[in-house]
Write a protein that binds this ligand. Structure first.
Ligand code: HXC
Length: 257
C-alpha cells in the first residue's frame, strides 16, 4: 500500500514508518495522522512484524501539528471532532514502537515521539513544546508525558517558555533512551527493533504492558500486576524454550506459542 504522507517498508520482522512531508518539516496534518494510523493497523495485524520503528527525516522527526491547517479552527470545530484524539493510536499499539528522532521534534512531534515506547535520538535531535508561543498549550499529552519523563521543573520550564532541549540534555533528563551519531540513527533503531522482534511476542507484549502499568497505578498494585503476568508466561512454550536454550548454551528459537 502506498501513502501520500508517509513511507512504509519492512526490514525482516521490523516495520518502518517514515513521516514524509518534507516541504512542511513533517508537520502532522490530518492526512498524515490518517496514513500513520492505517500503517500502524496494518503492522499490528501482520504476524511477520514484531516491532515498529517510527522515524522522520534528517531535518525533522516532526515540527508539530500542522499550524496552517489548525489556524482557522473554532472551539466548536476542535471540541466536536475531539481534535487530536486520533493521534493516541500510537500509544495504543501493542507491538513495541521505537521513535528514531533526528532534527526537530516539536509540539505534536515531541508528543508523538513520547507516545512511542522509547526514543532513540540522533545527536542532531531537538525537542520542545513551543505551543505557548502560538497562544495554546500542548494538546497531545505534552504536559502529562513530558512531566513524567523529565520531572516537573524541566517540563514546566519547557512548556511555559517553549525552549528547545538538545539531544544531550534530553538524554541527561531521561527523555530519550540513548543518543547516537545522526548517520547511525536508522541502522541503530533497526538493530534494536530487530532484537525485540526476535523475542517471544507474549513476553514482549507482557513486558510493555507491565512497564506502562507503572504510570497508571500504585506501586503495590503495579507489582502485583507484574507478578501475575510473570506467572502467566510460564504457560507459554516460549518460556520452556527460552530457559532450555540457556541451559543447553544455545540461542533460543521462539515460536510465539
Ligand atoms: C505547518 C510548518 C510547521 C508546522 C514548519 N512548517 N513547521 N508548517 N505546521 N508545525 C513549514 C514552514 O511554514 C515552512 O514552509 C517549512 O515548513 C520550513 O520551515 P521553516 O520555518 O522555514 O524552517 P526553519 O527556519 O528551519 O525553522 C524550523 C522550525 C520552524 C524552528 C522547526 O519551522 C518552526 O518553529 N516551526 C513550528 C514549530 C511549532 O510551533 N510546533 C508546534 C505546533 S503546535 P513554507 O511553505 O513557509 O516554506 C502543535 C500542537 C500539537 O504541535 C498539540 C495538539 C494541538
Amino acid at each position: 500500500m502506498t501513502y501520500e504522507n508517509i513511507l512504509v517498508e519492512t526490514h525482516g520482522k521490523v516495520g518502518v514508518i517514515r513521516l514524509n512531508r518534507p516541504h512542511a518539516l513533517n508537520a502532522l496534518s490530518a492526512g498524515l495522522i490518517e496514513d500513520l494510523n492505517k500503517a500502524l493497523e496494518a503492522f499490528e495485524a501482520d504476524k511477520g512484524v514484531g516491532a515498529i520503528v517510527l522515524t522522520g527525516s534528517e531535518k525533522a522527526f516532526a515540527a508539530g501539528a500542522d499550524i496552517k491547517e489548525m489556524q482557522d479552527k473554532t472551539f466548536a470545530d476542535v471540541f466536536i471532532e475531539d481534535f487530536i484524539s486520533k493521534w493516541e493510536n500510537v500509544a495504543k499499539t501493542r507491538k513495541p514502537v521505537i521513535a528514531a528522532v533526528a532534527g526537530f521534534a516539536l509540539g505534536g512531534g515531541c508528543e508523538l515521539a513520547m507516545m512511542c515506547d522509547f526514543i532513540l535520538a540522533a545527536d542532531t535531535a531537538k525537542f520542545g513544546q513551543p505551543e505557548i508561543k502560538l497562544g495554546v498549550i500542548p494538546g497531545a499529552g505534552g504536559t502529562q508525558r513530558l512531566t513524567r519523563f523529565v520531572g516537573k521543573s524541566k517540563a514546566m520550564e519547557m512548556v511555559l517558555t517553549g525552549r528547545m532541549m538538545d539531544a544531550a540534555e534530553a538524554e541527561r533528563a531521561g527523555l530519550v533512551s540513548r543518543v547516537v551519531p545522526a548517520a547511525q540513527l536508522f541502522e541503530e533503531a533497526l538493530k534494536v527493533a530487530a532484537t525485540i522482534a526476535a523475542l517471544s511476542a507474549a513476553a514482549v507484549y507482557a513486558a510493555k504492558e507491565s512497564v506502562n502499568r507503572s504510570y497508571e497505578t500504585t506501586l503495590t498494585e503495579g507489582i502485583r500486576f507484574e507478578r501475575r503476568i510473570f506467572h502467566s508466561l510460564f504457560a507459554t512454550e516460549d518460556q520452556k524454550e527460552g530457559m532450555k536454550a540457556f541451559v543447553e548454551k544455545r540461542a533460543a528459537a521462539f515460536r510465539n506459542r
